[in-house]
Design a protein around this ligand. Structure first.
Ligand SMILES: *Cc1c(COP(=O)(O)O)cnc(C)c1O
Length: 436
């Protein structure tokens, strides 16, 4: 894109990273389904392999279609560059292992996606990386949890399951005071609603499976780096000679690109969790309409929250866009355009009411996903959190009465009609269970 103008979000969503194809003139991004790319000469091949020149070698390490997606999302987040991965879980492990090794430590907000909690608490622990989970993502408590081995602070913009909004600015201050970067999972907000780098975050990641794709078709993830963090000696994996590249020092060799190169050329190379070019293409299609999708879905979500808040059958609604929600003020700061399209609510009548509600719905799909243009519903206590004990569920804020909605793009009257039918069924179930 021409450098003499700073284009707006919607323009960048359409044009950043995807100019007309120089080889063919194709206006849509071509899909380069090729595992490998021909070298000019053996000297060229050696240059590429030793990272002395930058180019395409093998699709596990990089691919033109994947690179177009990476450039587009980096532009939308306001980052220097990005590394795409095969899923959101893969994005997390790539970001963490780019910085941390056995004996190291992370400080994370406890308000996290369940899969992230398991990955951090079980798999990272087995690799010798310990994670301190801090209740409510309190920035002062996160600062206190830092140890000399801490390599990063970690949180989600809008955290599971209660929709807590992270105080990204205060967390970034705590991280920088400790000499470590702040990593933010921005999946639930999408870069349209929040750009954590603007609030001080250093590394942003996504499950591309959700709003970035937007159509429930692709598993994907991505790690975006602001390129501004001052890597110091404590970040040995970036500032010390690497045995993976004949003693190369990423900070000295690549400067502001050090983290991105370390994540790609060592972690992605060695773990192998790369994104398919076909899936990258679907993500590019998704990003083109991200702004209008998320805007319309957020509008629908606000209408759904208002509707539920007025219903007798509903005990409580948690949506940071509601003025009386405990997260409302923080959402005003970090999500000024809207609080997103995911919300939770509780049914009077507990689990039987929640089950009857979900089973009565016709339009809302009962699935373990969010961020689709189709409206989705799930009962966390009997699905995503069903392995937990009642006490663990209570600690995670997941009660048997809780229902989670991911609001889609349907006509809002149709969504409310279906919810209304569900609530009638829930009411019937609640009456049938006197203990509820
Ligand atoms: C879904 C999700 C993930 C995991 O992403 P996958 O693409 O399912 O691997 C991580 N974080 C958040 C907030 C998510 O919603």
């Amino acid at each position: 894109m021409p450098a003499d103008r700073r284009f707006g979000f919607r323009t960048r969503a359409l044009h950043a990273g995807t100019p007309p194809d120089p080889a063919t003139g194709a206006r849509a991004q071509p899909i380069y389904l090729s595992s490998a790319f021909v070298f000019d000469s053996t000297a060229h091949a050696t240059e590429l392999f030793s990272l002395r020149s930058y180019g395409t070698i093998y699709t596990r390490l990089g691919n033109p279609t994947v690179a177009a997606f990476e450039e587009k999302i980096a532009s939308l987040e306001g980052g220097l560059g990005a590394v795409a991965t095969s899923s959101g879980q893969a994005a997390q492990i790539v970001a963490v292992l780019a910085l941390a090794q056995s004996g190291d430590h992370l400080v994370a907000s406890a308000n996290l996606y369940g899969g992230t909690v398991t990955q951090f608490a079980v798999t990272l622990a087995r690799l010798g990386i310990e994670v301190a989970f801090v209740a409510d993502g309190d920035p002062a408590a996160m600062a206190r949890a830092v140890t000399p081995r801490t390599k990063a602070l970690y949180a989600e913009t809008i955290g599971n399951p209660r929709g807590a909004v992270a105080d990204i600015g205060a967390m970034a201050q705590a991280a920088h005071a400790a000499g470590v970067p702040l990593i933010i999972d921005n999946t639930f907000a999408s870069p349209y609603l929040c750009r954590p780098i603007e609030h001080g975050a250093d590394i942003v990641l996504h499950s591309g499976t959700k709003y970035i794709c937007g159509h429930g078709t692709v598993m994907a993830g991505v790690v975006v780096d602001a390129g501004t963090f001052a890597w110091a000696e404590k970040h040995q994996l970036i500032t010390q000679p690497s045995p993976g590249y004949h003693g190369m020092n990423f900070r000295e060799t690549f400067g502001e690109y050090a983290f991105l190169l370390r994540a790609r050329a060592e972690v992605l190379r060695d773990l192998g969790c790369c994104l398919s070019p076909m899936d990258a293409w679907l993500l590019i299609q998704g990003l083109e309409s991200l702004a209008i999708r998320v805007e319309a879905q957020t509008r629908n979500a606000r209408a759904v929250a208002d509707f539920l808040a007025q219903r007798e059958e509903v005990a409580w609604v948690r949506y940071a866009g509601l003025p009386d929600d405990p997260e409302f003020r923080r959402a005003q700061r970090y999500l000024p355009v809207g609080a997103g399209a995911i919300l939770t609510f509780g049914l009077r009548g507990g689990r039987p009411a929640a089950v009857a509600f979900i089973e009565a719905l016709q339009l809302w799909s009962h699935v373990a996903n969010v961020g689709d243009v189709k409206s989705l519903v799930i009962h966390p206590a009997s699905t995503t959190h069903s392995q937990l004990t009642e006490e663990e569920m209570a600690a995670a804020g997941v009660g048997p009465d809780m229902v989670r909605l991911s609001v889609g793009l349907e006509d809002v009257d149709d969504l409310l009609w279906d919810l209304s039918n569900g609530l009638q069924a829930a009411h019937g179930a609640a009456l049938a269970v006197p203990t509820a």
